[in-house]
Design a protein around this ligand. Structure first.
Ligand code: FES
Length: 231
C-alpha cells in the first residue's frame, strides 16, 4: 500500500459515501461476450477532490448523493463481518495454484474466462495456460471475493491504482456495485477502518445484507437463481 496517499471513503450514518483525495471516478458497463465477461467504458463522470456517492439507491443524480436518503429514511446499518479476508475465506486447492474465496460476490462475472471460471481453472492449474487464466480471473474480480495464491502461500494479483468504478449491468437491467480499487481506506459510520484491500465492491442499491459491501442484492433474486448463482 502507498502510505503517502490521502484518499479515503467515509461512510455517513444512513447516508452516502464521502470520498476524499481526488480519487478518479469512472463508469464501466459489464458486457458478456460469449463465455467471457468484460468491462467497457461508460459515461464520463465529474471529477473532484471530494464527492458524495449515493449508498441508498434512491438518488436521482446517481452515482452522486442528492439527499434522497433523508426523504426515504434510508437504513444504512453496516452488518459486514469485520474479520480479515484470509480468516473468512475458504481455500480451493489446485495442483499448481490455490484460490481463497470469501463468497462475498457482487455478480460482476469477470471471473468467467474462455476456458471456464476461476475455480475450475484453478483445479486444472497444472496446465500453465489455465493457471495464467485463473490468476487473471481472480485478479479481475472487483469484489475481491477470490484471490489466487501460489504454492508458497503468496498472493498473486495486479496492484491497482486508487480509483472507483461505478459498475452498470445493462444485461441484468441493474445499477451494480461501486468497485473500489487500490487500497483506499474505508471508514465505517462509527469510525472502524475495514481491512484495506486492493479490490472491494460497495453496495449502492441500499439492499445488501452485508453493508457496506455488495452481496449482489441489486440483481433480481429470480435472475440470480436462473443463472445458477453460487454464494
Ligand atoms: S445516499 Fe444520499 S441519495 Fe442515496
Amino acid at each position: 500500500m502507498n502510505h503517502e496517499r490521502t484518499c479515503k471513503i467515509k461512510i455517513v450514518e444512513n447516508g452516502p459515501y464521502i470520498v476524499t483525495g481526488s480519487v478518479p471516478l469512472y463508469e464501466k458497463n459489464i458486457v458478456s461476450k460469449g463465455k467471457i465477461t468484460e468491462l467497457e467504458d461508460g459515461r464520463e463522470l465529474h471529477q473532484a477532490e471530494k464527492y458524495a456517492l449515493c449508498r441508498c439507491g434512491k438518488s436521482e443524480n446517481a452515482p452522486f448523493c442528492d439527499g434522497a436518503h433523508i426523504k426515504v429514511g434510508f437504513n444504512g446499518v453496516e452488518k459486514a463481518s469485520r474479520e480479515k479476508f484470509e480468516d473468512r475465506a475458504v481455500r480451493i486447492e489446485g495442483p499448481n495454484l490455490d484460490l481463497l474465496d470469501d463468497h462475498r460476490c457482487a455478480y460482476a462475472r469477470l471471473c468467467h474466462k474462455k476456458d471456464g471460471k476461476a475455480w475450475r481453472l484453478t483445479k486444472k492449474s497444472d496446465n500453465p495456460e489455465f493457471r495464467e487464466e485463473a490468476i487473471i480471473a481472480a485478479s479481475e474480480c472487483p469484489a475481491g471475493r477470490i484471490v489466487a495464491y501460489d504454492k508458497t502461500g503468496k498472493a498473486i494479483e495486479t496492484e491497482y491504482e486508487p480509483s472507483i468504478e461505478i459498475l452498470q449491468d445493462p444485461e441484468q437491467q441493474a445499477n451494480a456495485s461501486l468497485s473500489v480499487k487500490g487500497n483506499i481506506p474505508i471508514e465505517s459510520a462509527e469510525g472502524f477502518i475495514y481491512e484495506i484491500r486492493n479490490r472491494v465492491t460497495l453496495c449502492r442499491c441500499g439492499k445488501s445484507k452485508i453493508k457496506p459491501f455488495c452481496d449482489a442484492s441489486h440483481i433480481d433474486a429470480d435472475r440470480l437463481k436462473a443463472a445458477g448463482f453460487d454464494v
